[in-house]
Write a protein that binds this ligand. Structure first.
Ligand code: HEC
Ligand code: HEC
Ligand code: HEC
Ligand code: HEC
Ligand code: HEC
Ligand code: HEC
Length: 482
């Protein structure tokens, strides 16, 4: 038998080779961490820059003594252990203004007002503070909840400690613009912030704290970050979230960025009170003591994204139904203030029309009256002729199914036109209002004038009787005109 055919020899060799490779890796890792680590290279370079900039002996000596070591800022109250300054050595040295990153002085003098020892970096920038190479500090492709924000979006974090509107002009221009756009574009019609707003979309109070794993990303192309999700979702909501009911807001690229900054800024973070700027505390106080509401502004913020100008009924493709023109004089002439208010307060449950009363949409009674005042600028209520006596519900049903159900749905469930069996509609609408709407229809809407089409008062009475079968059971409402 030849010695080389001993089978254990192969294994011995294999073990030896593996051991050498493993030791080799350990050695390479040690070299990488201790000798060729990025931060060492940057600090060595920084030392050279310091030496080149030294104009006298003292400066030269200080530069020569610049130690190559891991530097970190620990701020326990903010939960920060930030080693960013291991590479960004010149960050608070004004002499480094014209150097490239990572040596460059911080822009906008921000570290003069927020000293590095007290604030660290990640409270504004996010990112993995303890990392010692830039990829890991950025942490975009790692399991890290809040990766480094691109410099162009970093203003998002100012909102945690400041009232953006109280900052000096230009200090956080995108954030301020994004906040303004949020209200101008009627986002609050469908989203709640601080308990105020519509209910079609999710509340946004903490949307800036959501991590990328909490968003639907199957359709998201490009960088898998929250900010890219936001921007792409604004460009076309239904592409990112299939069948989304959110309309794409008309935005320029810059405004898309501003709105993204504002979205990322929405976070109720635990910030110790000694870190809150005075303006933030004043903002919180001002929110508890709002000034006089302005109806037109409120309409723009909370109603216009569905009702548009309100002068015309509009067809909503996504909802698949008409959204009534609530500033149309034909409507306002027939609707009493109290009925209108009731509808706005409670909404129309089961339809896209949300409630706006203090408990539902967060508008105060004062604000509701201001909105009503604005609607009323189109037309005052005019006394209605009385409704005919309620007649035969049976005959009414036949007529309704023939003349009305095509738009209003059988059993009053609503189709393309309002659900007439809706409990809030039943509670708010008087017989006189319904009868007059049937007689005159609504100018500029698909609701036909049945009076002109030859429907008799008796037939209206029959339809009324049928409609009122849908009235919710309970104590009868006491209302004039019924
Ligand atoms: C008060 C908040 C705040 C703190 C604290 C802060 N930064 Fe910044 N930083 C910003 C903002 C905002 C920008 C973007 C400024 C701009 O370009 O509009 C920025 C920009 C930068 C840039 C990009 C500079 C450029 O022009 O390319 C670097 C690098 C940087 N910061 C590093 C740091 C480091 C390192 C720390 C910690 C020592 C730090 N920052 C602390 C808010 C802050
Ligand atoms: C290993 C060294 C290193 C560490 C650690 C490091 N950085 Fe940097 N940083 C760099 C370098 C190098 C650049 C420039 C690279 C580039 O432009 O691609 C840079 C660029 C930046 C920029 C500008 C990016 C932009 O969008 O223009 C910011 C902001 C920044 N760093 C912040 C931080 C913060 C905050 C930390 C700590 C969480 C940190 N860095 C940790 C080396 C580092
Ligand atoms: C962790 C909290 C915190 C964050 C985040 C923060 N600041 Fe500040 N900032 C402060 C505090 C505290 C002061 C001191 C002001 C005071 O006492 O009212 C201050 C002061 C300032 C001042 C000077 C005072 C003033 O209001 O004119 C400016 C400007 C400023 N910050 C801008 C910013 C910008 C821009 C950002 C976002 C990039 C930012 N800050 C992020 C806490 C913060
Ligand atoms: C007509 C109602 C409507 C309007 C107006 C509207 N949204 Fe939405 N929004 C929705 C609905 C519904 C969703 C949930 C489906 C989706 O993610 O697309 C949503 C989702 C969102 C999300 C994702 C939230 C999360 O936690 O997943 C953000 C962010 C958002 N909207 C911001 C805005 C902004 C900013 C505006 C104003 C420009 C706006 N929306 C206007 C209905 C609306
Ligand atoms: C061609 C479609 C169509 C037909 C047919 C129709 N309606 Fe309407 N109706 C509408 C639309 C659309 C509205 C909402 C008007 C608006 O936008 O202001 C409406 C509104 C109403 C309202 C007021 C609802 C509210 O929320 O204020 C009543 C009451 C009403 N219709 C009753 C009837 C009755 C009864 C019939 C049958 C005799 C009928 N409609 C037939 C389309 C129709
Ligand atoms: C998310 C979309 C949406 C928003 C936001 C919205 N509405 Fe509506 N509204 C509707 C729809 C849809 C209807 C029709 C409901 C139905 O089909 O029964 C409606 C119906 C109404 C009606 C009943 C009209 C009638 O013909 O009887 C009034 C009044 C009204 N809305 C007022 C308001 C006011 C005031 C606001 C703002 C504070 C507002 N709505 C915000 C979608 C909306």
């Amino acid at each position: 038998m030849k010695p080389s055919s001993d089978p254990s020899r192969t294994y011995k060799w294999a073990t030896l080779v593996c051991a050498v490779v493993a030791v080799g890796f350990l050695f390479a890792a040690a070299v990488r961490e201790n000798i060729s680590a990025d931060w060492r290279r940057y600090q060595a370079n920084y030392k050279k820059i310091l030496l080149a900039k030294a104009t006298d002996d003292t400066a030269r000596r200080t530069a020569e003594r610049f130690p190559i070591e891991i530097r970190q800022v620990t701020v326990p109250t903010l939960g920060a252990v930030d080693r960013c300054v291991s590479c960004h050595n010149g960050i608070d040295d004004p002499r480094m203004a014209s150097e490239a990153n990572p040596y460059k002085t911080h822009p906008k003098g921000l570290l003069k007002i927020h000293p590095v020892e007290r604030f660290g970096c990640t409270v504004c920038h996010q990112g993995q503070g303890a990392a010692l190479n830039f990829q890991e500090a950025k942490a975009e492709d790692y399991f890290w909840d809040y990766p480094l924000l691109p410099a162009s979006l970093t203003e998002a974090t100012c909102n945690s400690c400041h009232d953006p509107d109280a900052l000096p002009p230009g200090a956080a221009a995108k954030l301020v613009r994004g906040k303004k756009l949020y209200f101008e574009k009627g986002c609050a019609s469908c989203h709640k912030l601080d308990g105020k707003g519509g209910s079609l979309g999710p509340a946004l109070d903490n949307v800036g704290l959501k991590t990328k794993h909490q968003f639907m990303r199957a359709q998201l192309q490009g960088s898998q970050t929250v900010w890219n999700w936001m921007a792409e979702h604004f460009r076309d909501p239904a592409k990112i979230v299939p069948a989304s009911l959110m309309p794409a807001p008309a935005l320029t690229e810059l405004d898309t960025q501003a709105l993204t900054v504002y979205m990322l800024s929405l976070r109720q973070r635990e910030i110790p009170s000694e870190y809150l700027a005075r303006d933030k505390i004043e903002e919180k106080y001002a929110r508890l003591h709002p000034g006089e509401p302005d109806g037109k502004t409120l309409y723009q913020q909370y109603c216009a994204s569905c009702h548009d100008t309100g002068l015309f009924t509009r067809w909503d493709k996504k909802f698949g139904r008409f959204v009534p023109g609530i500033r149309n004089s034909a409507f306002l002439k027939t609707e009493e203030d109290e009925c209108l208010l009731e509808t706005v307060r409670e909404g129309r449950p089961g339809t896209r029309m949300p409630g706006w009363g203090p408990k539902a949409g967060g508008l105060t009674e004062k604000e509701l009256s201001a909105v009503l005042g604005y609607l009323r600028t189109s037309a005052p209520f005019q006394d209605l002729p009385p409704a005919p006596e309620r007649g035969s519900a049976e005959r009414g049903k036949v007529l309704f199914n023939h003349e009305c159900a095509g738009c209003h749905g059988t059993d009053g469930k609503g189709l393309i036109a309002p659900a007439l069996a809706n409990p809030v509609f039943q509670k708010a609408a008087s017989d006189a209002f319904i009868a007059q709407t049937i007689r005159l229809g609504r100018e500029n809407t698909p609701m036909p004038a049945f009076g002109r089409a030859g429907i008799s008062e008796q037939e209206i009475g029959d339809v009324l009787a049928y409609l009122r079968q849908w009235e919710p059971k309970g104590p009868p409402a006491q209302r004039a005109g019924r």
